[in-house]
Design a protein around this ligand. Sequence first.
Ligand code: ADP
Ligand code: ASP
Ligand code: MG
Length: 420
Amino acid sequence: MPILVMKFGGTSVADLGRIANAAEKVKREVERGYDVIVIVSAMSGKTNELVKWVNDTSGFYDAREYDAVVSSGENVTAGLMALRLQEMGISARSWQGWQVPINTTSAHSAARFESIPRDNIDAKFAEGFKVAVVAGFQGVSPEGRITTLGRGGSDTTAVAFAAAFDAERCDIYTDVDGIYTTDPRITSKARKLDKISFEEMLELASLGAKVLQTRSVELAMRYKVRLRVLSSFDETDETSGTLVCDEEEIMESKVVSGVAHSRDEAKITLFTIEDRPGIAAAIFGPLADAGVNVDMIVQNISEKDYDAAHAGAVTDMTFSCPVDQVARAKKAMEEARAEGKIKYDELIIDTDVSKVSVVGIGMRSHAGVAARMFKALSAENINIKVIATSEIKISVLIDRRYMELAVQILHDAFALDSAA
Ligand code: ADP
Ligand code: ASP
Ligand code: MG
């Protein structure tokens, strides 16, 4: 039998009614002749609640216990989905990560897949089971402890199963009917795309478009998984949603194809650091050791070439990281300073910034995208604090209160509401 992977996100399994609705979609695919692997998320809001319970219990928690707690939401929905399917006359059973087993590294809360042996689930399909309902987001470490894959990780579970089981397709059912030129919750002008390239989706995801977890797109690209995003709320068929595919399959070619945003960023500046070889390593080494995901980095070429008070050339260093890592970053810098590894006069933290980015593979061959972007932002008096570019994206850090506005005006500036 051909295998299909169907993943249902939090809002798609938010209550028993939604689970029943998702089960209907699964039933339809079984009737079409597929053996189905269903990947479920926790009910919407559940994982956030579990994370809060952990934080309220323990400040610097044991990551293994964090995973034991936050993985549990998916166990509930997997069991409920299997029960609902059974009620509909479909032979289904649930699988927790360790039962498959979904083998991962032991990097708790950010684990990566090592292997997903097919034998156990294949044996059940061979016995006549039609559906395997697998708890997303979780796995088991070499030490036999429960792991999780990072927020939004059920997408990655789905793609990994599609690759491991040579599935015909991996369908990601969610609360929007596809991938849009930007988050449809920010502008009604956002336009649904029929197709998007792996490269562009990878950038959009890593720049904050949470419709797919970044790692899921990486895996789909590597293993050539046919990945589709579609609505669990609407009637759907083979042509619904957005297909993530190779660049060659796409006719439309705009210079910019999407705008992404990441709301909760922070900007940290170290004022008056020594301008000498090794200083960047001395700053970013301790940050990496503290588990801070540094994103953008700017080292000023300042006029402060020589500063008598510091007996040498000095400069300033600015970097960005997620807001919830600021405390760790600050601690790492203060410790490095106390140990004499770095010197700075002042540490300035701005926790009210967001990142807005434009993405498009057309940028490889077109100049002028940055100029157009900066002009559009300046027309609205939005000040750019930090800029970062790559081959197919330009990102800026701006005040958070302008984030929505910036997304809207960039969407307009690049005429993303029209396909031509
Ligand atoms: P699920 O619970 O199904 O995994 P998520 O909330 O993780 O759903 O992802 C879906 C959300 O992603 C949408 O509700 C939408 O607000 C957001 N989103 C951000 N950028 C985009 C985009 N470019 N296209 C579609 N949705 C987007
Ligand atoms: N439930 C997990 C989360 O909220 C995983 C997922 O939904 O993909 O992050
Ligand atoms: Mg998600």
